[in-house]
Design a binder for this molecule. Sequence first.
Ligand SMILES: *Cc1c(COP(=O)(O)O)cnc(C)c1O
Length: 389
Amino acid sequence: MNVHVAGQTARDSVSVSRHLQHIAQNHFDRPTLVIDSQAVARQYQALDRGLGRARIHYAVKANPAPEVLETLVRLGSNFDAASRTEIEMCLAAGARAEQITFGNTIKRPSDIAFAHNIGITHFAADAQEELEKLAEFAPGAHVCLRVIVEASGADWPLSRKFGSSASMALSLMDAAAGLGLTVHGLSFHVGSQTRDPLMWAPVLDQVAEVWTAGRAAGHDLKLVNIGGGFPASYKTEVMGAEEYARAVMEQVNARFPDAAEVMAEPGRGLVAEAGAIAAEVLLVSRKHADDMFRWVYLDIGKFSGLAETMDEAIRYQISTSRDHEQTGPCVLAGPSCDSADVLYEKQLVQLPLGLKAGDRVVIHSCGAYTSTYASVGFNGFPPLDVVVI
Ligand SMILES: *Cc1c(COP(=O)(O)O)cnc(C)c1O
């Protein structure tokens, strides 16, 4: 990743997005993500107010730009890391080991040993083998068992790959205790981009059942880790972060009155809206003279930062300098020579009829899951550049 910091602008107007202003005032010779660190700070504070007693552990994978991590360190955030490299990024930004949890359920033994040696004590697991690794390389560690939950209807579900069933979670609690680990709590992920807080209810019910059964079996569960899922406004507006978080916490507190600790791991909801990508149209064409729609090819695609357009799951809002002109339907595609590099075609995008090669486009709410999803340079197209202002 190529990160540089632009000079702070003198004007600090809160009403106009600084990152959009920066894009409007600058030329970029390659697709560039511009992130407003002040917007990240405001979003952190809004989530923090709404989350009440829950501690925030930022899911580093959403955007590990050093200035983003440093901003969050200054605000007192904690971090959830998934690998040694992410842990090192947090430390480099000034976080202490006590502020970092190792939440990936699939860990390399040498990474576990590294984390343990520097003083990280909280780890997630969802399988017997992982518990054995923890017992060997992080003896005595605090473990959060990740529970599999039925999909909530999130736009970017995370349900199948992680977690264990309720009954398996109970036997893993016994196994962890038998291995000398501290069974500290439960974790889950409701699914990323869970647009409505009410979608949490059935998921929280499932986790509460495991919680009650675990405590009944004699495990002194203390922590509920509610994971991420906090949404960002893309094509559709979502509720404000504070109000959303408050609505989630009401449901959490109703179901886990006896939980001594609650933590949340927002990624997308914390950083997505703070960034936008400046990109360029490389070609506008039709395949047949009588086609009803055009193909618009950008200089950014699935392999250079827009991986979340997979299955058209995340629908970014796109603006152009011609937004006052009449629009027509388009297939939107990336620049690489791979036919999978089409962003939107099942649901066409309305773009100005006058759009042509060389035009600037701005892709909104791109602060999460873009820069780190860019390949190092598939087809010679450069990875997404990042500028933090
Ligand atoms: C990715 C991830 C998150 C962040 O999810 P968002 O939906 O982006 O908030 C939180 N916790 C874990 C364990 C994750 O893997």
